[in-house]
Design a protein around this ligand. Structure first.
Ligand code: ATP
Ligand code: MG
Length: 390
């Protein structure tokens, strides 16, 4: 008998032509996330089996963060032999507390001589003979799943829900503008879920922003990294540009111009580092810089796709997701971000593009941007503590 973790694939099984690429990517991601665990993986078109010497619970917890997985099951694998299957069923059920049960057999090995209905009857009768309980096919306390497959029969009781989505990386790389707020980590999580391999861009303005604000962003990145294993943070030294904006731009336009500069930097950095898209946590109408009129003027500096996964969610919906993924408690820590330190009293909600261009002509931002990008610091290592989420 083998105790194994069985992985059921997520949405990827519908993409027939790409199935192989998807499964290989998922396997690579699982190996990456389980790098510290001693495991062996076997895979086929519909399932993946992970064999581990110990720490199954820890492995399951890590797997719950891997996108492209529909279900996770701790199962017992025996030879395709009726007596072996029977004794394994008894062994599993002996510690369980239940009054009603159901057998759910699948005959994936079409050479196996007994059909599904017969298997259900055979094993159901066997359980009734050996344990004091009843069959209930509609609402059982326990369902015994038995999958007869060419490589052996898997027997299991509970299926743990996986994260769904596509394996991270299947869509290539994206650059997430990550602030310390609630929205951008959620945006990053949703992009990862659709298979985008993200790295983060964080704008800091020391000494106006504190080391704590940066640590908060690094903590958020480390939480996102549990869903990926590849997250890095690129820290942009934004002080000089922000100070120039403050000196040269009319109050109400400060945020608009600042965000145009952020997009310019993000966009140029994407080209240099071969990121395909920019992702951010903007949500329509949330603040002055996120009205549709503001977005048009701010977006105007780049022709890269800007993906805004939370654009159409209410704040409460975003908060729900941030609680679920474990970023909320960190996001609400009270450290000031570069967006909030120079916040004008009345930011424009319908900015005019010509005015932006006039203000931007007041200083040599191109030179500053070049200098800023050349001084970006890249952080690649985070501590990975899995206990704080899910
Ligand atoms: P969040 O939107 O993450 O809750 P926030 O509300 O403080 O934080 P906004 O002012 O709404 O941020 O900014 C909109 C988006 O711009 C953010 O979601 C984030 O993607 C990006 N952004 C803002 N500030 C920064 C920053 N300092 N570094 C990187 N990206 C930022
Ligand atoms: Mg926001």
């Amino acid at each position: 008998m083998n105790k194994l973790i069985l992985i059921k694939y997520g949405e990827l099984t519908t993409k027939k032509a790409n199935r192989k690429v998807f499964i290989n990517m998922l396997e690579k991601n699982i190996k990456n996330i389980l790098i510290d665990n001693n495991i062996e993986i076997k895979k086929d078109r519909v399932r993946m089996y992970i064999k581990a010497q110990n720490n199954l619970d820890e492995i399951v917890l890590k797997l719950k963060h891997v996108f492209g997985i529909h279900g996770i099951v701790i199962c017992y694998q025996v030879d395709n032999n009726i007596d072996n299957i029977k004794s394994q069923i008894l062994d599993i059920l002996k510690d369980k507390n239940f009054r009603t049960f159901k057998i759910n057999s699948k005959r994936a090995d079409k050479t196996f001589p007994i059909h599904t209905m017969e298997l259900n009857n055979l094993f159901g009768g066997f359980v009734l003979k050996n344990i004091d309980c009843k069959v209930d096919v509609h609402n059982p306390d326990i369902t015994v799943n038995i999958e007869v497959r060419p490589e052996g029969t898997a027997i299991y009781i509970d299926e743990i829900k996986g994260s769904g989505g596509y394996p991270v990386g299947i869509q290539g790389k994206g650059l997430l503008m990550l602030s310390g707020g609630i929205d951008s980590p959620v945006a990053g999580y949703l992009a990862l879920k659709r298979g985008v391999d993200i790295e983060c861009l964080y704008f800091e303005s020391p000494p106006h922003t504190s080391p704590e604000a940066k640590n908060k962003v690094l903590k958020l990145a480390s939480i996102l990294n549990k869903y990926s294993g590849n997250v890095k943070v690129h820290v942009v030294p934004f002080t000089k540009i922000q100070e120039e904006i403050y000196k040269n731009v009319k109050d109400s336009y400060i945020i608009t111009i600042m965000r145009r500069m952020m997009y310019r930097i993000a966009s140029e950095y994407c080209k240099r580092k071969k990121f395909k898209i920019i992702i951010n946590g903007e949500s329509i109408g949330q603040v002055a810089s996120q009205t549709l009129d503001s977005m048009i003027v701010i977006n105007n500096v780049t022709n890269l796709p800007i993906i805004r996964p939370v654009a159409c969610l209410d704040k409460l919906e975003i908060i729900d997701i941030s609680k679920k993924i474990g970023t909320y408690e960190t996001s609400i820590l009270p450290f000031e971000d570069c967006c909030t330190i120079f916040l004008p009293k009345h930011p424009v909600i319908n900015p005019n593009l010509e005015k932006c261009l006039l203000y931007e002509n007041n200083f040599d931002y191109e030179k500053l941007i070049e200098e800023t990008i050349n001084n970006i610091e890249i952080i690649t290592k985070f501590s990975n503590d899995y206990n704080d989420i899910l």
